[in-house]
Design a protein. Sequence first.
Length: 302
Amino acid sequence: MTETTLSHLDALEAESIHVMREVAAEFERPVLLFSGGKDSAVMLRLAEKAFWPARVPFPLMHVDTGHNFDEVIQYRDREAERLGVPLIVASVQQSIDDGRAIEEKGLKATRNRLQSVTLLDAIEEHAFDAVFGGGRRDEDKARAKERVYSFRDEFGQWDPKNQRPELWNLYNGRHRKGEHIRVFPISNWTELDVWQYIERESIELPSIYYSHKRDVFRRDGMLLAVTPYVTVLDDEEVEHLTVRFRTVGDATCTGSVQSSASSPAEVIIEVAASRITERGETRADDKFSEAGMEDRKREGYF
């Protein structure tokens, strides 16, 4: 008899697919958050595999700040069309226009933190009871506290002390009307795992994840891209550098890193040598305080 040895990627994939199938069986109206970033791209591939040859049985949803990189939006729309899966775009701009959110002012203003209101309103509008997110425990202290099934109360709030045990990978999805569960199938993955999976599965990503020339400027230790959404100050010098993005988000607070990595294999080498998480190095909104992410998660953030 020939023994089959699973690689660590096989084991992670199997766990994630198991979670997705559990959600599809247990919940009435799940949705997969899809930003066009690398983690959501991996999630989408896992969903494809989980339900193949059937179509992915839930829609995609993007919480759109309106301050996006063009390459990411093009990729988002292309992937939804390729799979024939409905795409819901929840607009932060609409939340501002409706008076549901107040736009920040000032030099470091960003719409990133306004996404919570838009997300919670969209969940209520569409009556979603399970929301797949691409959060990983290695990203941030607050995300390290998350269960795979993360219970949210009727206000969409997260209480890290009010989570359910998950012994032997048994998940409790019970909830009352108005409550919902955030589901994190790739909780146990690392950034390196994600990139190794991208390479193995030949997953297409937005081009900004790979080395390219771009006008950037330095602010608060980060290389921010010159876009219509940020104001470059007189004492900030614009440079034309070879960069790539480790994570994708609102263009006003997502920094790049200098890099010559132009393929998944080359990115894997960089990530393996890195000692700083992608959010810790390139997301300005995570630098406001030690508890910044946890505070936003309590309010309903991803």
